[in-house]
Design a protein around this ligand. Structure first.
Ligand SMILES: *Cc1c(COP(=O)(O)O)cnc(C)c1O
Length: 354
């Protein structure tokens, strides 16, 4: 399939690379293609970024058949633009499609389209330290129909925009509320894929935690409210004694690419990393014994987000004196070093765009 390109006649003013926020500014163009039952994916095109007019009965508005991905393009010091493990995002996009009964896309074609879009908007990739171009591929149901079944038509879009740090705290440790009332997901549900409904389900807990002065919630398992699952929209790691622990993928945890990369780095460094069940009780007991050294979240948006404080069951734990832990710092430096091509890339994670 050939990608048609229609360039904008009204380029927007770009924000300065300093003081960039997250998810508020979008580049000049977007990628789009359509799916029609019997015809497959068709009409791939890059067009000016802008609103799309839809029928109010659009299935996605009512039943949430929608999936997405999130990754970044980085401008290197010598002015190349690179992606970090984008093949993993494409693979996960199709896993999400599979779970939501959405027709799969050709992963190589989608990656090629993404690179093309970034090339068209290459001047939107910011150059200040720590900034990047956030890339959001997503697919949603477009039949105008009020009945519950998989849609027969879909739109696949990729939008992009320059971003700075995800949390205003940056690499500073955040305060986390351990959520015992609400749950994010259960095994057999949709927690392991990136679909819109998971985030709708998380808002209430997030809002209540915020009102209490916390940045994010730590999710426990949906059945017993006992085992740690994720932190906000990130995977979570704990350093207990000389063991690094992250919850094993159990069907309700999102398999993060940053999580996977951290596990691979920790193994490469010869550290003891376990993917296993870990109860919140164990975390608090480790702290009482003086063994809980660090905890941090991992995700594309923030990379590494150190946890400075945990609140659970009327108990408060301050980690590492509320400061960034040694391992959090090392992982952050290594991952961002590889992403901006300032450190060797022994695993071949970085893919050039231009
Ligand atoms: C996207 C996401 C993550 C992190 O995945 P990365 O691939 O590392 O960005 C973790 N948990 C949830 C719920 C997510 O949506």
């Amino acid at each position: 399939m050939e990608i048609k390109i229609e360039l904008t006649k009204h380029p927007k003013e770009k924000p300065s690379s300093e003081n960039l926020g997250f998810g508020q500014v979008f580049s000049d163009h977007m990628f789009m293609m359509d799916y029609t039952e019997g015809k497959g994916w068709h009409d791939p095109r890059i067009v000016p970024y802008g609103p799309i007019l839809y029928d109010p009965a659009l299935m996605v508005y009512h039943y949430g058949q929608a999936i997405f991905e999130g990754l970044k393009a980085y401008r290197t010091r010598d002015n190349h633009i690179v992606l970090f493990r984008p093949d993993e995002n494409m693979k996960r996009l199709n896993q999400s499609c599979e779970r939501l009964c959405i027709p799969k896309v050709d992963e190589e074609f989608a990656l090629m389209a993404m690179k093309k879009l970034i090339e068209v908007d290459k001047d939107w990739v910011p150059d200040a330290p720590g900034t990047s171009l956030y890339i959001r591929p997503f697919i949603y149901a477009t039949d105008p129909y009020l009945g519950v079944r998989p849609s027969n038509t879909y739109h696949f879009l990729i939008i992009t925009g320059p971003v700075g740090a995800y949390y205003k705290e940056g690499l500073n440790p955040v305060k986390i509320y351990v959520e015992s009332k609400y749950v994010r997901a259960v095994a057999g549900g949709i927690g392991a894929v990136k679909t819109a409904g998971n985030y709708a389900a998380s808002l209430k807990a997030q809002q209540e935690a915020k009102d209490l002065g916390y940045t994010q919630v730590l999710w426990l398992d949906g059945v017993e409210r006992k085992y740690v699952e994720e932190v906000g929209t990130m995977n979570v790691f704990f350093v207990i004694g000389n063991e690094v622990v992250t919850p094993e993928l159990n069907g309700s945890i999102l398999p993060g690419i940053t999580r996977k990369s951290c596990i691979e780095l920790l193994k490469h460094w010869g550290l003891k990393i376990s993917e296993r069940k870990i109860s919140i009780q164990e975390v608090f007991e480790a702290n009482e014994k003086g063994l809980l050294k660090e905890a941090f979240g991992t995700g594309t948006a923030a990379v590494i987000s150190p946890i400075g404080e945990l609140y659970w069951n009327e108990q408060r734990v301050i980690l590492n004196g509320g400061k960034i832990g040694e391992l959090s710092h090392r992982l952050y430096d290594e991952l961002t070093g590889i992403q901006y091509c300032e450190k060797p890339d022994p695993f071949g994670w970085v893919v050039p765009v231009v």
